[in-house]
Design a protein around this ligand. Structure first.
Ligand SMILES: Nc1nc2c(ncn2[C@@H]2O[C@H](COP(=O)(O)OP(=O)(O)OP(=O)(O)O)[C@@H](O)[C@H]2O)c(=O)[nH]1
Ligand SMILES: [Mg+2]
Length: 206
């Protein structure tokens, strides 16, 4: 699905099947795979495939993590079967080309940033990279500011300035400008993912 399509193209009323792809994107070791694993656990009853992870020997993502979730969506008198492919890409600088490939066909993106003050430049660089990939197709995204448990975590205000995000807490549609998360403690990860799904559906219906 891509953003230039209308709801009629996206929702196949004949088959009632809606297929979406959500990509977790962000700098190296910001917590993309940890967030993915939270979804895998919290939504295990919705998982309809094995989860595949291709890692380096030290546990970093080499290629991607990937799984499929499925659930029913009721809209008025229609019921849709929704299948969501969830993937993470590697944050490692040297694998830029694989990130482009993983992002291909994304319907929504979770940008996972790192709260460490040492990662500010990496957050900026990765966000710029993402914006350059998404500039032409207007894919909806949400921003997860992860590792809020760090004692020296940067403030949300500093982070918003770094990424040139609006100062407000929320957008007019109610989604947050920044979702503070602690992926290792499962805090807010599912909430952020659900809001992104809402944005994708909203964008294609209205
Ligand atoms: N303190 C803290 N550590 C975290 C949090 N989330 C993830 N981590 C840790 O950060 C490290 C990297 O996490 P990953 O989930 O592998 O990061 P990634 O973004 O998938 O990394 P790459 O695949 O290499 O790009 C691991 O040691 C995690 O345990 C968090 O919320 N707080
Ligand atoms: Mg990873």
């Amino acid at each position: 699905m891509n953003s230039s399509l209308t709801s009629k193209d996206v929702f196949d009323f004949g088959s009632s099947l809606l297929q979406l792809k959500v990509v977790y994107w962000g700098p190296g070791e910001s917590g993309k795979t940890t967030s993915y694993n939270v979804l895998k656990e919290e939504l295990r009853s919705k998982k309809i495939s094995r989860s595949i992870s291709v890692e380096t020997t030290d546990g970093r993502t080499l290629w991607k993590d990937c799984m499929y979730l499925s659930f029913s969506l009721k809209l008025n008198k229609f019921t849709f079967d929704v299948v969501v492919q969830v993937v993470t890409c590697t944050g490692q600088e040297r694998f830029l080309s694989t990130r482009e490939y993983v992002l291909d066909g994304a319907d929504g993106i979770v940008f996972v940033a790192d709260s460490s003050p040492l990662k500010r430049e990496e957050n900026k660089r990765s966000f710029r990279e993402l914006m350059s990939f998404t500039a032409s197709n207007n894919v909806p995204y949400v921003v997860q500011l992860n590792k809020r448990d760090l004692s020296d975590a940067i403030s949300e205000e500093e982070f918003k300035k770094d990424l040139e995000l609006p100062e407000e807490k929320a957008y007019p549609d109610g989604t947050l400008v920044v979702y503070p998360t602690i992926a290792t403690e499962k805090v807010n990860v599912l909430y952020c993912f659900k809001d992104l799904l809402g944005l994708i559906l909203f964008k294609n219906f209205l």
